[in-house]
Design a protein around this ligand. Sequence first.
Ligand code: CP
Ligand code: NVA
Length: 309
Amino acid sequence: MKHFVSLSDLTPQEVQKLLALASRLKEEWRMGGNSPLLAGKTLGMIFQKPSLRTRVSFEVGMGQLGGRALYLSPQEVQMGQREPVADVARVLSRYVDIILARVFAHADIEELAARARVPVINALSDYSHPCQGLSDLFTIHEKFGRLKGLKLAYVGDGNNVAHSLLFASGLVGMDISVATPRGFEPHAKAQDRAKELAQASGSRMEITNDPLVAVQGADVIYTDVWTSMGQEEEREKRKPIFTLYQINRQLLEKSEGQPLVMHPLPAHRGEEITSEILEGPLSIVYDQAENRMHLQKAILVGLLRPEEL
Ligand code: CP
Ligand code: NVA
């Protein structure tokens, strides 16, 4: 593992090792004895978009590992505007040991990785959110004690988070059904790659426009915002198109089980999910948010100290 740009680049074995390392690091943290595995190391964090979870969990996680993190705001770096992505990659590589970036264009992350001399982590692009997808596997495994054979239903926009969940599910043999309005399906390229991963692990992958089909028999029901960062001007136009794709009590009842409910946050209560469900007993969204930190510590260690994997 040289960079962490897309889950579709990982092998199932690497995924299992990262999950196991995250579990070990979480246990150490719980017992109050974090190992300073990254003492003296610096993480440079480039953000072109806002963040609460990603920024804080990486910064705090790096500190727990004995390293430090530098937050570089959109105004500061102005990647691609003040200077080219390739220069940002080459210059930062001279100062820091590892770089993460949250960007609009996925091509910018790929270019950073191509030009940097140090590992690069995708902290969300318009195409994918691999830290979220892998961390969600960790959370689901923690709740169920297994991944293979479970069914995840994703209802909403076929966006960056949906893409990473498709890859994540295929890698571990978890069934996934994604329901989106017509025209908002996951990107064809992501569907094709996820299908290959699913075939290799023997899991089922389904893309539908019917939320009732998706949630049928699901162990986990997952949703995300209808309008992602960068699409703000489409928000009002999208609302009526997505109305039937809300996670609410009626939809949950249709699953005919007691599915756990996940959301990467931030959530828009009353849009993609009702407040009742988000705050209800089946929601695990705050455990999910916490686990970002534990899993991302494993990514950092996996990239900088691969012998620990
Ligand atoms: N889920 C997530 O990535 O949250 P932030 O946008 O706050 O980092
Ligand atoms: N799909 C959302 C995820 C935020 C964590 C976005 O890109 O804004």
